[in-house]
Ligand binder design. Structure first.
Ligand SMILES: [Zn+2]
Length: 50
């Protein structure tokens, strides 16, 4: 899985969980890495809506 914002590969833990966050917008689900999620929380929706 790649981060929607920075394009970096998001790691998956040994439990199979994504080390990132899912963002739901317009019925679509985007994956965002943890650092982008923290720093760009408010920008995520405008960016993915492009
Ligand atoms: Zn990112």
């Amino acid at each position: 899985m790649k981060c929607t914002l920075c394009g970096k590969e998001i790691e998956i833990t040994f439990l199979g969980k994504l080390k990132g966050n899912y963002v739901k917008t317009n019925g679509k689900v985007y994956t965002v890495c943890a650092s982008c999620f923290r720093s760009n929380k408010d920008e995520i929706r405008t960016k993915v809506n492009k």
